[in-house]
Structure formats: structure tokens, C-alpha cells
Design a protein around this ligand. Structure first.
Ligand SMILES: [Zn+2]
Length: 418
């Protein structure tokens, strides 16, 4: 499992021992002092957190960056890679997912990295090589050779409690429970298919067992795993019955915050088709690969069991409204998908197939951040063995639950950050 480091509530100015913490107090510029001289780079605040243009850093420090697929960018410092999920307050370093006050993003053609990376993360990782003075807004090379320090979760970085600010009283924030959550949460779990809609029959599933049975078993394990973490759960089904696709996501309204649909993939017979394996998480979206079109068509086959009127009721305005809401949730869905995929892939015997966009009906109609997890391939022997075992179902459910809790912690940090 992945250790988490928290940067919640930490504030660059407050760390210097001074006044209240707000983005307005971030420095307007940063001095970088190395053995080669000093330079001053501007600090910008496009999205409520201080950030620096990566090319500015590259001219003064051993910083390089490269964009990857799936919205990630790797920024290397002295060759040590740090992966940022663009537009999300998440950074991965040595298999640890870290929460930042704000993340990396692009504006125009320029990549911006959060000042927090340079002011807190780098001095921790390279503790004998670099230091940061928040009062002077000065990043300084203190050793000639950077020394990498292994960050432990008990290090100074892992402070889940917001730094107390002197002066202005802050609204009371409830203490976090043992899972690091401060507020009650409700999540909808949607075990795919059911009843006459059996889902994929699965080459390597036991006789009489099909996708609908596996998704229900994993869904019920996930329900128990979340409830053990004090999270309320709504199930779209708890028995072997068919639920209209259009009714599934609409169960997640009111207090319900997230929608998680569970499926099982399979490739049609063809050359080498039993070799494909692994877990894959989808969010709704228009930019689809051929693979995304294939899996969406498979999951949407359930529509054939539904009465035609359900899909014809959509009035234009309702449709546009849904589209707008969907866009609003797109970023949150992407963060949720990334964290869940990361956790679940770490216990899965197959490949980590990443996060992708697809036109799943259950995701399109969701009024909340929504993901669909293809938990593995019934056409792959090792995946199928894992997914039909109680042990496999349980470990996968635990990992997905951890991912959901991780996401909710990030979400809560945004609520409590001014
Ligand atoms: Zn399915």
C-alpha cells in the first residue's frame, strides 16, 4: 500500500513562523542562489496557489521536465523524478502519492510547477543540498553535491493538521477520524449488469458464472470495506437483478458524492486475445481511443434490455444541463480515477492500464464525479483466477476503498483551504 504525505493546510508564509496563511502572502518573486550565482524568478498566482514557470527554473537549477500521456508531467530535479498530475493537487514521488496545496498546470505553452515543490519538497528530499527561507523567499544551494534523503511518512512533511495561524480565528474544522476524514461521506457503488443482462460470459470464469456475479461480489466487498472506514454506501443493486442504466447513476443524488461502477472486461476471440490483462479505470469523456469505444459498447449493451422510451425522454435543455454538470465534475472524476487506479493496480496481478475517457452511459448521466473500473479480463486466466477468488475480490475492494478515502481527503483539504 502507498504511504501518503500530506501538505494539507501548510502554508509557505506560515512555515516561516509568521502571520495568517493566504495565497496573497505568497512572495511576488523568488531568489535562487547557487554556486553559479543568483537569479530572481517571478512567482505567479493563476489558480489560488503560488507557482513558478518551469523554464525559469531550468536555467538556474538542474530541473528538466517532460510531458507524458494521461495528463501527467515528470519534473526531474538533479535526475530525481517527480510526477505531477496536471490541474490536480497531486504529485507522485517514489511510488508515493502526495497532496499539495495546488498542483502543476500549463498556461499558454508554459508549464508551471507549484512553489511548494521547491520550498518544501526539494529541501526535504535533498536536505543537505538545498534549503528554502520563506521570509526572504530564497532558495539556496547549501551543498555542492545534492544528497537525496529518503522521506518517511513521519517526516516533517506529513502534517495532516493545518498549521495554526496566529491572529484571525479560523472556522472550527472537525478533528479527522482514524482514516483522516473530517466529514461524513456517501458513495454509490454500482455492480455492473445483473438479471437477464449477464455481462460478459468470460472464457476463464467457472461454468454458470458471468460478469454480473463477479461485479456483485466485488461491489459487496467494496461496500463492507467503505463502511469499515465510516463511509455511507448506496448500492444500485445487492442481488442478481437488472437495473436500467439510466436509473443507476441517478441513485447518487443529495448527500451522495461519488459514483463508482464495477465491471469486468473481456476481449473477443482473436490472435493473442488471452494475453491482455490488468485493471483500467474510465471517466466519461469525448476523446476516446478505439479500446475505450470497444469497452463502452460492451457495457452499454445493457441498453438493449431497456424500454425505448427511457432514452427518448431527454429534452434538449436537460441534456445540455447534464453536459455542463458533467464538465464540472470532469476534473474531480479524473483525480478520483487516478488515485483509485493507482491503489487498485498495486494489488492486481495484471497490468496497470491507467485511466482513460470513454462514453459509458452510466458515467454520462452521473450528477457526481463518477468512475467505472474494469477490474480485469475474464479472457485472461490469471486475472480471472484473481477475480473469482474471495481473497482477490477482498484485496481489490480494500485497495479501491483506500483510493476513495485518499480522494476524499484531497477533496476535504480543498473545502478547508481558504
Ligand atoms: Zn460490464
Amino acid at each position: 500500500m502507498i504511504d501518503s504525505l500530506f501538505y494539507l493546510g501548510s502554508c509557505l508564509v506560515a512555515l516561516g513562523g509568521g502571520g495568517p496563511c493566504s495565497p496573497a502572502e505568497a512572495p511576488a518573486s523568488l531568489t535562487i542562489a547557487t554556486s553559479r550565482g543568483e537569479s530572481v524568478v517571478p512567482v505567479l498566482n493563476h489558480f489560488g496557489h503560488p507557482a513558478i514557470a518551469a523554464p525559469h527554473l531550468g536555467s538556474a537549477l538542474p530541473v528538466t521536465f517532460s510531458f507524458e500521456s494521461g495528463g501527467w508531467v515528470t519534473v526531474a530535479f538533479a535526475g530525481e523524478p517527480f510526477r505531477f498530475l496536471l490541474d490536480a493537487p497531486l504529485m507522485e514521488h517514489r511510488d508515493r502519492m502526495m497532496h499539495l496545496v495546488g498542483g502543476a498546470y500549463t498556461s499558454g505553452d508554459t508549464l508551471y510547477v507549484p512553489l511548494q515543490w521547491l520550498s518544501e519538497v526539494i529541501p526535504s528530499v535533498f536536505s543537505e543540498g538545498y534549503s528554502y527561507d520563506p521570509v526572504a523567499a530564497r532558495f539556496e544551494e547549501v551543498g555542492t553535491v545534492p544528497v537525496i534523503t529518503t522521506v518517511s511518512s513521519s517526516a516533517a512533511l506529513s502534517n495532516p493538521v493545518p498549521a495554526p495561524s496566529s491572529g484571525q480565528p479560523r472556522p472550527a474544522v472537525p478533528e479527522p477520524n482514524e482514516f483522516g476524514l473530517r466529514f461524513p461521506h456517501t458513495v454509490a457503488i454500482d455492480p455492473g449488469h445483473g438479471g437477464v443482462d449477464r455481462g460478459n460470459p468470460g472464457l476463464y470464469l467457472p461454468r454458470g458464472v458471468s460478469e454480473k456475479h463477479i461485479t456483485l461480489a466485488i461491489g459487496l466487498e467494496l461496500k463492507r470495506a467503505l463502511e469499515r472506514r465510516n463511509i455511507n454506501v448506496i448500492m444500485t443493486r445487492t442481488t442478481d437483478r437488472r437495473v436500467d442504466l439510466s436509473d443507476r447513476s441517478t441513485l447518487c443524488v443529495g448527500d451522495c458524492e461519488l459514483f463508482v461502477s464495477v465491471h469486468l472486461d473481456a476481449l473477443p476471440e482473436g490472435p493473442g486475445y488471452t494475453r491482455a490483462s490488468g485493471i483500467h479505470t474510465y471517466i466519461w469523456g469525448g476523446s476516446q481511443s478505439a479500446n475505450a469505444r470497444r469497452v463502452a459498447a460492451m457495457a452499454n449493451q445493457a441498453l438493449q434490455y431497456e424500454v425505448a422510451q427511457n432514452t427518448q425522454n431527454d429534452e434538449e435543455l436537460a441534456f445540455i444541463m447534464r453536459d455542463l454538470q458533467m464538465n464540472e465534475h470532469q476534473r474531480e472524476s479524473s483525480v478520483l480515477a487516478t488515485v483509485v487506479q493507482h491503489m487498485a493496480a498495486s494489488v492486481h496481478p495484471g497490468n496497470d492500464r491507467g485511466v482513460e475517457q470513454a462514453n459509458y452511459a452510466v458515467l454520462r448521466t452521473a450528477r457526481r464525479p463518477a468512475i467505472l473500473i474494469e477490474t480485469g479480463f475474464a479472457s485472461n486466466q490469471r486475472d480471472a483466477r484473481f477475480l473469482i477468488s474471495t481473497q482477490g475480490q477482498r484485496s481489490l475492494a480494500e485497495a479501491i476503498a483506500e483510493g476513495i478515502v485518499e480522494y476524499l481527503r484531497v477533496y476535504e483539504s480543498k473545502l478547508s483551504t481558504p
